[in-house]
Design a protein around this ligand. Structure first.
Ligand code: ZN
Ligand code: ZN
Length: 91
């Protein structure tokens, strides 16, 4: 199965989460590498009740995920919001 990326830990995600991975072809939304986590663009603590919706969660690879939680996170968040918006609309 060439180019068919499969999650290492598929069992640890629920169906909604797997759907998000799938809609990004299991790739990092920023660099196209293999995704390993779902990152919440707006952190749980700031989006109670809505953090789980698809438009707020994007698959990222490890290194982009680290960046998303680093000092450069503001730019990354803006970029991710745009990517998610293009994919899911204003949900
Ligand atoms: Zn990445
Ligand atoms: Zn994260």
């Amino acid at each position: 199965m060439p180019n068919n990326i499969i999650l290492d830990n598929e069992d640890s995600w629920d169906k909604d989460e797997l759907d998000i991975f799938k809609s990004y072809d299991y790739r990092c939304a920023l660099c196209n590498d293999k995704a390993i986590v779902l990152h919440e663009i707006i952190f749980k603590s700031h989006a109670i009740g809505t953090w789980k919706r698809a438009g707020n969660r994007v698959p990222l690879c490890n290194s982009c995920h680290e960046k998303a939680h680093s000092r450069a996170s503001k730019q990354i968040r803006i970029k991710l919001l745009e990517i998610a918006k293009n994919k899911y609309g204003n949900n």
